[in-house]
Design a binder for this molecule. Sequence first.
Ligand SMILES: *Cc1c(COP(=O)(O)O)cnc(C)c1O
Length: 406
Amino acid sequence: MSDQRQPQASSLEQILAPALQERQQAHLYRRRRTLHSAQGVQVQVDGVSLTSFCSNDYLGLANHPAIVSAFKKAADEYGVGSGASHLVCGHSAEHHALEEELAAFMGRDRALLFSTGYMANLGTIGALVGKGDAIFEDKLNHASLLDGGLLSGARFQRFLHNDLTDLEKKLSRSDSDRKLIVVDGVFSMDGDLAPMPELAALAQAHNAWLMMDDAHGFGCLGKSGAGTAEHFGLDQSQLPIVMGTLGKGAGSFGAFVAGSEVLIETLIQQARPYIYTTAMPPAVAAATRASLKVIQQEAWRRDHLNQLIGQFRDGARQLGLQLMESPTAIQPVVFGDAATTLSVSEQLQARGFWVGAIRPPTVPRGTSRLRITLSAAHTAEQVAGLLSALEDIVKALPDERGLSDS
Ligand SMILES: *Cc1c(COP(=O)(O)O)cnc(C)c1O
């Protein structure tokens, strides 16, 4: 008997290929580059040495000797894999100690480790709200917060970016018992801060819960580096749910949620992306413990970073570049259309600088931008070099796109 079912070998490809082509034509195609060196300011990319202004290693800790050495030492003791989820038998003394140190650092009762920030957001939102509840998210929230909100099954509403009036209107109209407000502390593609004290007051007035994702504030903001909550001086009663990631400023990997005893115990019982996943390797937790020490002890990293931020903004303003209201390490320069943004990024690369071109759907249509990120590991000379390259490139653009009118 011959096989009548002809394998439709190409149908998957036939259906998927046109969308890829469209993306390419719209200058929205994404490509990965391969690093052949440690993460840092000077990186080897596909055989070329580039000065990077695109990582989230804001404090230059991804390859810090003390942190690397803690990682190696713990690998010798604990091996590589954690072997199981936290609730089965993968919760090691290193994880536990890190959680206690994170709680103390954040000024919260408890902290809970998650394997990634994406999972922390999905897990936390899903454990706190569901059908019949209401969730309010800033329009520019990170994709993982938006996905978490959509997946939760709660009534999902987005308010205009940092717009307290719009949020208040939406809160007033809601009659749900559980209302959860969720924002980024530092917005990942704009670099601006959420008005946390005002949000905390609004949450209190409307009997809503407030959650802040501090992926880009942790390590960088606040006197001791505890992030946006410390920057604004908000305690656990004012800001009950703080999520932070450990793969950016902390230079390591993973994430945590910090808050009350009841919050953390609820997450342990209910957060599916916590329960049904393998614990991060214990050596990663050990490395992160070393990173927490460096964050607190080497305050000069935050000082130097802030100096570079000032230097970049002053220089960019003098060039007439279109900056955003960002006091942080994230310094976007908006060009508007994807093709120009991509072209500027390619020209920067030809001059030895690596800067990401951020295009839709990561940012709204018409707001394509270079996402320049500064790091405590950069020197003032490197920032001056980037500014001078930008000057040459932008002046040669046909219609001076990227330059502000003011
Ligand atoms: C990077 C990021 C995350 C995800 O964290 P990972 O640990 O990389 O999964 C979540 N929220 C924001 C705002 C981020 O920038």
